[in-house]
Each structure stands twice: as structure tokens, then as C-alpha cells.
Write a protein that binds this ligand. Structure first.
Ligand code: CMP
Length: 139
């Protein structure tokens, strides 16, 4: 099976009607969107999802932001999907993101940075399982 990664189109992007534009960058990169749904993240979901950042000073702000509006959760599939999507997103801070990346094109700040992508294959499995059942992923 091709590798999979987990993606979130964040509230700053859904608010500006950028779902289609972000998806165009993803699809043009060769990654395939094999699962996708628009949801409102509950506080409990966001707190669990970002648990690794619990001790960071921005944790509260991050959970507030991720629950402030709709998000689109996605499963992306392709060769080296985890690393490939990190390239396609660009650096966490849009000021440092390379030209043509999603964050360079659309992110507003390090916090409101339009997209999330898994950091490793192990994390991708955990993150996908938090938001998708097997039957919601159609490869
Ligand atoms: P993400 O890939 O979703 O994973 C953790 C998130 O924390 C990251 O994207 C950023 O949006 C957010 N983040 C990282 N650093 C900061 C910061 N200094 N201030 C606010 N949010 C941050």
C-alpha cells in the first residue's frame, strides 16, 4: 500500500474559502486525497490531537484556534506521503516557507498557518485513526 499522511485544512483557510485552492496544490503535487470531511473539532478532540504540545506556551491559543471554525480533515496517499506533504506545506512559519508552498501562498502567521501535516509515519497512523474509520478512506 502507498504511504498515507494526515492533513488538516485549518480554520483560517476554511474561513477564506481556500479549501479548493489548497486541494489544488495537494493534487498538483501528485498526492491523492483518499479521505476528506469538513468537521467542527470539539475542544476534547483538539486537546487530544495536540497533547504533545501541552506544555508549550501557545497550547491554549492553538486549541482555541483549532476549535474556532470548521476544519477539513484529510487522508493523503502517495509515495513518501509524509515527507512529500511536509515539502508541499512549507515551513511552519510562513515567513520561512519556500515559494509555491501552501503556507507561503496562504498562511497568515505561525499560529494561523492554514494546514497541518503529520510529522512521521507513526504519527500519521495515530492521527488518521483519531478522525477516520477504515470505510471512510477510499484509495
Ligand atoms: P501544526 O503542524 O498544526 O502543529 C503544531 C502547531 O502549533 C503548528 O502547526 C503551529 O500552527 C502551532 N504553533 C507552533 N509554534 C507556534 C507559536 N509560536 N505560536 C502559536 N502557534 C504555534
Amino acid at each position: 500500500m502507498a504511504e498515507r499522511t494526515f492533513s488538516i485544512i485549518k480554520p483560517d483557510a476554511t474561513e477564506r474559502n481556500l479549501t479548493g485552492k489548497v486541494n489544488a496544490v495537494i493534487e498538483e503535487s501528485g498526492l491523492r486525497i483518499v479521505g476528506q470531511k469538513r468537521i467542527r473539532m470539539s475542544r476534547a478532540q483538539a486537546e487530544k490531537f495536540y497533547e504533545v504540545h501541552k506544555e508549550r506556551p501557545f497550547y491554549g491559543e492553538l486549541v482555541d484556534f483549532m476549535t474556532s471554525g470548521p476544519v477539513v480533515v484529510q487522508v493523503l496517499e502517495g509515495e513518501n506521503a509524509v515527507a512529500r506533504y511536509r515539502e508541499v506545506m512549507g515551513a511552519t512559519n510562513p515567513a520561512q516557507a519556500a515559494d509555491g508552498t501552501i503556507r507561503k501562498l496562504y498562511a497568515k502567521s505561525v499560529g494561523e498557518n492554514s494546514v497541518h501535516g503529520s510529522g512521521s509515519q507513526d504519527n500519521a497512523k495515530i492521527e488518521i485513526a483519531q478522525f477516520f474509520t477504515d470505510s471512510e478512506i477510499v484509495g
